[in-house]
Design a protein around this ligand. Sequence first.
Ligand SMILES: NC(=O)c1ccc[n+]([C@@H]2O[C@H](COP(=O)([O-])OP(=O)(O)OC[C@H]3O[C@@H](n4cnc5c(N)ncnc54)[C@H](OP(=O)(O)O)[C@@H]3O)[C@@H](O)[C@H]2O)c1
Length: 328
Amino acid sequence: MDKLQGKVAVITGGSSGIGLSAAKLFVAEGAYVFITGRRQKELDEAVRAIGRNVTGIRGDVANLDDLDRLYENVNATGRRIDIVFANAGIAEFAALGNITEAHFDKLFNTNVKGVLFTVQKALPLLNDGGSIILTGSVASAKGTPAFWVYGATKAAIRNFVRGWTVELKDRRIRSNVLSPGPIDTPIIGQQPQDSIAKVLSTIPMGRMGEADEVAKAALFLASDDSSFVTGIELFVDGGQSADLTVNNIRVDTAKRDEAGVDERGKCRIRNQLPVFAAAYPTVSSQATPPRDGGAYGHRFYWLGCHGTAHGAQSGPRRHATHCLESLR
Ligand SMILES: NC(=O)c1ccc[n+]([C@@H]2O[C@H](COP(=O)([O-])OP(=O)(O)OC[C@H]3O[C@@H](n4cnc5c(N)ncnc54)[C@H](OP(=O)(O)O)[C@@H]3O)[C@@H](O)[C@H]2O)c1
């Protein structure tokens, strides 16, 4: 319970989702945290939820004056910083034909410019031996239709940490990217649910992640547990970045409804995500029904709903198979 005893962390976007979970965990592990966000009400609620050893400072990471004010406030408390978690970010879908300058600027201003200056402006207060963590995304490594401007913002910051690892080595400051797959936070609810269902169908672990699962990885990168880890991108994505076989699965809305699968790709009957195996021979030999298909010519088989052991009750399995076959 004391992995961050006496440490000070700045967490941008700490008023919600992943940032809020990380703030709670860091405080539980002995840290003092400064959290940020643009909305005062959400920030105040987050401060109350964290309960102790926390200060909320409202600000937009894309606004350099707000960032100056953030660090002036930290400095005014007499504290220095050990961990910068540049986590604030936004996501938006737009296909090539619909992309506007405003869409591009909004994503790059928050997710790239905001991250860069969050870190640059922290440097005078950042202790030698500190840890910089940026929130990336599995989207940086996948080609996802209509999501690649967002993916490009996250790919850009991967290069930041590679450069900073060398630039900041004399100060023993480590820089890493933490890249979640789909995580159940408010940002997901703001996206087109068909697109989310499509993305979810490509996760080998068959479910969305939880914010506290990402927070635990952030704790690893923030603490001495990762003392020899720098310049990396750590995926917390249920295997999504490793899977290459199912990118071309199409989720047709009408078929989805007919199949009894909800907008997040969950089986309506069991309220669980479908599980599939992609080109895993040992598992697929137990699955029904074998069928060729998918990108790259791999054979993949639907196994059933999450939590339903393949080979177990045939009813749910048959239903899930029907759902998933219909999704293809
Ligand atoms: N959830 C996922 O599936 C997922 C997957 C991969 C990567 N990520 C990344 O994880 C990070 C956190 O997202 P989340 O899922 O936790 O979403 P979230 O619950 O919506 O939280 C986003 C946080 O960032 C803040 N924020 C957004 N824009 C800001 C700005 N310009 N300046 C300051 N604060 C800003 C938000 O507060 P205000 O709105 O009040 O400013 C909020 O505190 C993002 O970088 C996101 O791209 C999320």
